[in-house]
Design a protein around this ligand. Sequence first.
Ligand SMILES: NC(=O)c1ccc[n+]([C@@H]2O[C@H](COP(=O)([O-])OP(=O)(O)OC[C@H]3O[C@@H](n4cnc5c(N)ncnc54)[C@H](OP(=O)(O)O)[C@@H]3O)[C@@H](O)[C@H]2O)c1
Length: 316
Amino acid sequence: MAEKKIIAVVGATGAQGGGLVRAIMNDKNGPFTARAITRDVNSDKAKLLSKLGAEVVAADVNEVESLKRAFKGAHGVYCVTFFWADFSPENEKAQATNMARAAKDAGVQHAIWSTFEDTRKWIPLTDNRMPTLMGKYKVAHFDAKSEVDHVFTDLGVPTTFLLTSFYWENLIHFGAGPRKGPDGKLALTYPMGDKKLPGMTSEDIGKCALGIFKRGREFIGKTVGIAGEHLTGTQMAAALTKALGQEVRYNEVPAEVYRSFGFPGAEDMGNMFQFKRDFEQVYTGARSIEVSRALNPALQTFESWLKTNAGRIPLE
Ligand SMILES: NC(=O)c1ccc[n+]([C@@H]2O[C@H](COP(=O)([O-])OP(=O)(O)OC[C@H]3O[C@@H](n4cnc5c(N)ncnc54)[C@H](OP(=O)(O)O)[C@@H]3O)[C@@H](O)[C@H]2O)c1
């Protein structure tokens, strides 16, 4: 049997990268094996990846030399940054630049860069429909990622630009699930109006990414958008009502109200939802469910995801 090609995966103990490592290692007859990158090879999460058969190596996205070592000999690399770790778009840009340089240094055949749209293309900083954040962004964790797309291209790294979707796991880990209101009833509070929110289980991002790597050169130089479903708040609430066996309402709030909630990153999230709401056609149009299913035939719907995960959603 031909030797397996290595895919080096940044964020391997996290949502996107973890999904990709599991997808690769579960694809027993596939062409790839995973090299899982973590800052701590001895963590429980790292050990679980090792048990799957993945090679686990240490690197830090803030240290380009460590990335060069971690990418060495790899056929492909999966690159992702971690906005929510420190809410710093400037760090994201520096880290993505480090990954692009390390990918170039290693001479990889294929990089996938998990990026987003630059929302300022549709809402320039002069547009007051939403506040400008940090003096130069509308949605910082989108705009900053997009700003560094060109670094991969300029360096000549063969890259696929991946546009992901809202993780349904945010309902479990990110405070984006249904909450009990003063009336004791559960409500899902998003500023999405009656517009559709592309969503997916983060586990499917990895499976779609594996599909992209398997297609060889087909998606190099291209942008690929993925989603499991495009659902309105009302549709999500209806699915939750069915899965939880108790009523969940959709509580539509204005984006300015969402921005004022005060949790860390609330303004960025409020702008993000508003962008998705006000540019529904652009945003959903960039995330094809058909393409996602072609890349990953096991693509889950919200209903199928809820069947196994509804019990993990905290209901307070
Ligand atoms: N939440 C959503 O709905 C959503 C949707 C689409 C895209 N995104 C984007 O997804 C990105 C985050 O990806 P994720 O959700 O997969 O991350 P995650 O689950 O938060 O996990 C990230 C992993 O990255 C590693 N990491 C953190 N800092 C690192 C560093 N300095 N060097 C090397 N590794 C580091 C950590 O591993 P170790 O501790 O093992 O080193 C961690 O387990 C964000 O930029 C966000 O904008 C989020």
